[in-house]
Design a protein around this ligand. Sequence first.
Ligand SMILES: Cc1cc2nc3c(=O)[nH]c(=O)nc-3n(C[C@H](O)[C@H](O)[C@H](O)COP(=O)(O)O)c2cc1C
Length: 229
Amino acid sequence: MRPLNEAALVAASAFSEDERAAVYHAITTRRDVRNEFLPDPLPEDVVGRLLEAAHHAPSVGFMQPWNFILVRDAEKRRAVWNAFDRANREAALMFEGERRDKYRSLKLEGIMTAPLGICVTCDPTRGGSAVLGRTHNPRMDSYSTVCAIQNLWLAARAEGIGIGWVSIYHETDLKEIFGIPDHVEIVAWLCAGYVKELYEEPELAVKGWRQRLPIEELVFAEQWGERSR
Ligand SMILES: Cc1cc2nc3c(=O)[nH]c(=O)nc-3n(C[C@H](O)[C@H](O)[C@H](O)COP(=O)(O)O)c2cc1C
């Protein structure tokens, strides 16, 4: 084994053109999936690769605050769907008029059709009371968990697996279903399954809910509000 203080640097040149193209292809064609799941079960080794991808995410102070509960059991997924349904009815009432009708017309989950559910959690106690880098903003642990989810999402795209992120539920409902301790935060319910087709653009854009913003409006130079040329 290398002594701890000996540098462990390895070569890190740019990827080949094909490798780069593959990375950007995964990024730009990744979609949130609600309807297109195939019922075929996901092989264990493939699920393992997705979880390894997630586990290679950056995390504040190398905290790795995540856990993943893999849920295939249909009864458990039905309980999650019930929790979604209750919250989704409440959510619809938060929009007015036509927008409410539009909201109700959207499908916002694939909990029962995707063969695998993954409950992704964040344990704020992992790594002790003071975590390097999280000393002044405790939310950094959730941000780290989101990085893990994005890694999984992109790896899934490369594997031909669709992921749908569901966040419409009372956290307490899911905690009860899965026996999740009080101090642990639920970050996502992910629906996972093979897909044959994906929307070319975000489904919410295709269905007229909201469009992608022009990137020029979002990039500033040197100072808040200063448009970058
Ligand atoms: C934090 C987070 C929570 C989300 N929650 C939901 C959800 O509850 N239901 C849903 O249909 N989509 C959900 N989405 C998916 C977004 O609607 C989707 O990412 C967005 O419309 C852009 O589409 P795309 O992911 O296909 O590019 C969520 C995405 C994120 C990042």
